[in-house]
Design a protein around this ligand. Sequence first.
Ligand SMILES: [Zn+2]
Length: 556
Amino acid sequence: MHAIRDGHSPARSSDLLAFAVVFATVLCTLIPAHDLRRLAQVMVLALPAMCLLLWPVEALRVCRLRALFVGLWAGGFMIDGAVRAYLARTYQASADSALVLTAVANTGTGESVEYLSMYWPAMLPWVAVLMAGGLAMAWALRRTAVSPVQAGVPRANGARMPLLRRWSALLLCAVLLLSALAYALKPWRRLHPLVFWSDWVASVQELRDEWADQDELRQRTLARAAGLQPTVLSEGPSTVVVVISDSVNRDNLGLYGYTRETTPRLERLRDELGDAFLVLRHAWSVDAGTLASLRNLFWFGNYNAPEPMHVLALARAAGYHVTWISNHDDIAIDQSHAAFADRIERLSRTPGRSNRSADIDTLKPLRAALADPQPRKLIVVHLMGAHPHYSFRYPKGANPFDDGFDVVEHELEQEGRPVWLQVLRDEYDAALLHHDTVLAETFELLRQAPGSGDYRAWLYLSDHGQEVGHDADHAGHSSHTVAGFRIPAIVWQNQARSTLPADAWRRPFRVDWTGWTLAHLLDVRWQGDDRGRDVLDAAYRWADPQLPVSVASFEN
Ligand SMILES: [Zn+2]
């Protein structure tokens, strides 16, 4: 710095200073937005325009034009960085994640204002960073937009010039070469703010179009369901509660034989209720992800049929009042399933894995829904369950598995699972222990709801399983190991619609056939009914599903 300031060429030194300020400012705003590799890539994309400042320019007009161009260019990169950093800090999500895209696509102007009025404090630091950076750049760039002659400074071609020139030339060549390469490669080019955000706008529009189609499909399905004239066979009031959990692998439930006591409350219910509390031993999801699984669950595994039927549309057409209570913040699920309900109760305002909203908070709207005087009620409760991050799924400190050495840890160690995975397994099991409480409470609410003689049913299942060091050194959703598909499923009725064989718990069960079992609990009959897929019916006929992993036996 001193060398520059003491140099014999004030014009050149102001250019150099401007370059340094612009470079540092852009770099500083990009650091919180990217990891190191991305940061390097974006900086390489940003450099060519900044390097214009190293180019000796004489004419004042050209100087001004250059300052304006560099300012706009750098400003674009800075705004891009601030937006990305804000999203990463607030939602742990990238700007082009489904999460952000769906949220934006589903937001109208009014909601945008509402969002800004609610979240402006969180944005404030980033706005401050942008303003400070902008001011610094404006100051530095202004100094380059003064022609040496007009400023009254004699133009000096001092002894330092050749050295500076050699340096600048060398640097310029290296940077331009690297930049040319970056712009030639698509994955790099895509990181340029101009390219990225125009792609982004196109993606948002695409989603909006897709949802308009969903809207139309829903209206058509509701009309068709009414046309099928579904009927409820039994008389009298009936309440069916479906609890759909997320990412629960049955192998980690004490109820299913896991050595850790993760389900004390459910086990007590099983002991108390006996066969009426039907724990389906061999339950399977046919998808490893939520969206695909719920699509199969609600559309009778037949979404791609020319005229698919949605089980909630059927329930409504049969006279059920449908309430959807959700602890998920997922616009796609809302649009494709929840929107079929008469009423939606949404708890979470934070999408995805950073959702800290507790499943236990669903109890309040559930109690209210159960108290609704409607005679026939179907209530869907969609829980986060044991979805990553596991540590967000139980109260702080409520992890009894993280200290001491038990059978599970011994097994994991013997299988050579890394320590981080053992920690995650402990957290996963703690999440399931808390989940046990939530489930038991939903059950008790249903059991204790007013109307003693009414029919009541409770169906619990998970959308898919979870791999937490069962078959791989991996924690999370898994379409390449069996653990990703092994789920729990439990059915309870206070008065059975039909008599079940004593070994009904042995029957394998698959999520994409849930619609028929749910229809059984609702006691709905319609044209096109298939009792062979209803796990509670005498006519039940199992068929192995096609999974992306090979399963030795579905009865294991
Ligand atoms: Zn899921």
